[in-house]
Design a protein around this ligand. Structure first.
Ligand SMILES: [Zn+2]
Length: 300
């Protein structure tokens, strides 16, 4: 059985074909047509057609998107690629490709990929986190995505950062209209903005982490604030879904200190005598999203 996954991103569209056991048989990547919905559909259809003729086999198709389907209408909402908003993406692709298609949020796909055969393999409950230009999350239970009644399960990025203190006042404004969302503290641009607010020079999140590693005290202080904020926000997730494993993805997941500093801090915010939850780095790198889209057809 061939499983095809498509990751529809803001800058690139990627396709992968996995065999029965998850081995990759094909992978391609093309630029996303900017702001053009019809061209986006045509690009996806062409990638699928080319993959299937190359492999000589028809597959199931899952698509990961930077947004979610509205539970009632099936139209896309919450998408950072705004040309998708309000569109019947799944229905349109089904018409083009003549089969049932599954669509899921890209953070859910990431979590699914890591839960099935990545850093969360074997865990009953996995929380997958994307820490990149935005912040997303997805919950996987027994190798299935927990979608939720409103299709927003795992969307912790626009919860307010909990346990406010003098370090988190005043809360920054978020593009969603609220203030102090987790994303306004934990995304890459938010880390850079926090450094600048504390009088630091304008640096990317990656540079701040590198300078902190090299012993620069201002950058180390910024990273230390980031550790505590991540610990606070993950503690609330642990209090609710109590996962065995939390897997980090996105650019900031490459900051090595997260995996020791954050678990050392989160215990004081978690309502438990012991905390066995493991915080792990992703195993499939930037191909987790597209692999997870293929695994949307994981039947068992
Ligand atoms: Zn927000």
């Amino acid at each position: 059985m061939l499983r095809i996954g498509v990751d529809l991103g803001g800058t690139k569209i990627e396709i992968v074909a996995l065999d029965e056991t998850g081995n990759q048989r094909l992978r391609r990547r093309v630029p996303t047509p900017q702001g053009d919905y019809a061209a986006t559909l045509a690009t996806i259809a062409a990638l699928v057609d080319a993959a299937e003729s190359e492999l000589g086999e028809r597959g199931s198709i899952g698509v990961g998107i930077p947004g979610a389907e509205s539970a009632g209408s099936g139209l896309i909402k919450n998408a950072s690629s705004t040309c998708l908003i309000g569109k019947a993406l799944r229905g349109d692709l089904q018409n083009l490709l003549q089969r049932e298609i599954r669509v899921a949020n890209d953070a859910n796909c990431f979590a699914l990929s890591e839960a099935i055969n990545g850093a969360g393999q074997g865990a009953e409950v996995v929380f997958g986190v994307i820490l990149g230009t935005g912040v997303g999350g997805g919950i996987v239970v027994r190798e299935r995505v927990l979608t939720g009644t409103n299709r927003i399960a795992g969307e912790w990025g626009h919860n307010p950062l909990p346990y406010p203190d003098e370090e988190t006042r005043p809360p920054p404004r978020c593009y969603c209209g609220r203030q102090g969302c987790v994303e306004t503290w934990l995304s890459g641009p938010s880390l850079a903005a926090d450094h600048a607010r504390h009088g630091g020079e304008t640096l990317t999140a990656k540079a701040i982490a590198a300078h902190a590693d090299a012993g620069e005290t201002d950058c180390a202080a910024t990273l230390s604030r980031y550790h505590r904020r991540l610990a606070k926000s993950l503690a609330q997730v642990i209090n609710i879904v109590d996962p065995q494993v939390i897997v980090l993805g996105g650019g900031l997941s490459n900051i090595g200190s997260l995996y020791t500093a954050v678990p050392a801090l989160w215990a004081s915010y978690i309502f438990s005598d012991q905390v066995h939850t493991q915080l792990r780095r992703h195993q499939h790198g930037d191909s987790s999203g597209v692999r997870g889209a293929a695994w949307l057809w994981n039947e068992h």
